[in-house]
Write a protein that binds this ligand. Structure first.
Ligand code: PMP
Length: 378
């Protein structure tokens, strides 16, 4: 048998052949990055100081996750056995799916939401159940609850949600956890700092709950790839078994240990986003652009048929946006990340000029005033 023949016969698992692919832009982002919901400014200055202390010898060592896990656990008032640091929430989702899903199990999500849930669930099972939000894009609580059955083994809910910025109330999150005691519920709190409501304090009374947090957003460490899971010691024990011992690199661990000491920085940054978000929403109303009221560091705008043209025109002005039109129920929607200070002015100025350039007119039948009165998070 020739080598070429044997390579041609190599095949992955059937579910890998069938799974959807996620292709975010992986290059060409040298512009004002209002496309990825990152911190668009900087992490705490303490992180930069810590980076300056990195030594050549330090780089030769395998990372030591344990002491930083202890520190993070103390920060959240948890036992170290209740915390696992991960390579971003991206890895956390992967670990949870590998740990809890067998082929044939059902995993429940709502759409539109973060596409990495679909991808990771599909690696393990064909039982992905998606509950689509109606045109309000609010969380479909009653229908979601009704979709739980004895085959449901995993539930993932982001609050605030991406790409909408919508939230689910803490009481609803807990009701879902209690309705499915045989399933793990992952509450994805990636955007927690821009909203403030959490189920972190409910972990001891809700044994099937896992809370995911990231240090990519408010903390400004997206490039270091670090996130965390918190839950019961038993559930976290299973996840720790599946995780690589060196999943988080030592530079990220060092930076995290100083970043979590600087609460003042996070409070300051979250406040910048709250102010910027108000400015963006007011600016959109002025321009006649419909949007969904957001509790996160981005706003989903309803642009309509000219969504592609807008993204191109903005790029030509040095501002990146994310076209979410392909998301279920999001035809014509474009997402803008909230920057700090002048970045908001730059984004709004570019938006006004770009809308003029492409000949955009306010959409009929979509009122920004209606969106505003629906705000639940204030
Ligand atoms: N969850 C949600 C809801 C997100 O929007 C994102 C990133 N866009 C993530 C998780 C991934 O976060 P991380 O950078 O920690 O992998």
């Amino acid at each position: 048998m020739s080598t070429a023949t044997s390579i041609a016969t190599v095949k992955p698992r059937q579910l890998v052949l069938e799974m959807p692919e996620y292709h975010p832009p992986l290059a060409g982002r040298d512009a004002l990055r209002l496309d990825f919901n990152e911190n668009t400014f900087a992490p705490s200055p303490r992180v930069i100081d810590r980076l300056k202390q990195i030594t050549a010898e330090g780089l030769t060592k395998y990372p030591e996750r344990d002491p930083v896990e202890r520190k993070v656990a103390a920060h959240f008032g948890l036992d170290p056995a209740q915390v696992l640091l991960t390579n971003g929430i991206d890895e956390a989702i992967h670990l949870i799916c590998c740990t809890f899903l067998e082929e044939g199990d059902e995993a429940l999500i709502f759409t539109p939401s973060f596409f990495m849930y679909d991808v990771n669930i599909a690696i393990m099972t064909r039982g992905l159940v998606k509950v689509q939000a109606d045109e309000t894009l609010e969380f479909p609580f009653e229908r979601f609850l009704a979709a739980i059955n004895e085959r449901t083994k995993l539930i993932i809910i982001a609050s605030p949600n991406n790409p909408t910025g919508a939230t689910i109330k803490r009481a609803q999150m807990l009701a879902i956890a209690n309705a499915a005691p045989h399933a793990v519920l992952m509450a994805d709190e990636a955007y927690f700092h821009f909203h403030g409501e959490t189920v972190m304090d409910d972990l001891s009374s809700t044994p099937n709950l896992i809370v995911a947090r990231t240090f990519s957003k408010a903390y400004g460490l997206a490039n270091l790839r670090i996130g965390m899971l918190a839950g019961s010691a038993q559930v976290l024990g299973y996840l720790r078994k599946v995780s690589s011992p060196y999943n988080v690199n030592g530079v990220a661990l060092d930076c995290l240990s100083v970043a979590i000491e600087d609460d003042a920085y996070i409070t300051w940054y979250a406040e910048q986003i709250r102010v910027g978000r108000e400015r963006v929403m007011a600016g959109l109303s002025e321009l006649g652009v419909g949007y969904f009221p957001s509790a996160a560091n981005f706003v989903l705008m309803k642009i309509g048929p000219l969504h592609k043209e807008l993204v191109t025109a903005m790029r030509n002005r040095g501002v990146l946006l994310r076209d979410r039109s392909a998301d279920p129920g999001c035809d014509g929607y474009v997402r803008i990340t909230i920057g700090v200070g002048d970045q908001v002015t730059q984004g709004l100025d570019a938006l006004k000029a770009s809308l003029d350039e492409i000949g955009w007119k306010p959409l009929r039948g979509f009122s920004t005033t209606e969106s505003k009165t629906a705000r639940e998070f204030e």
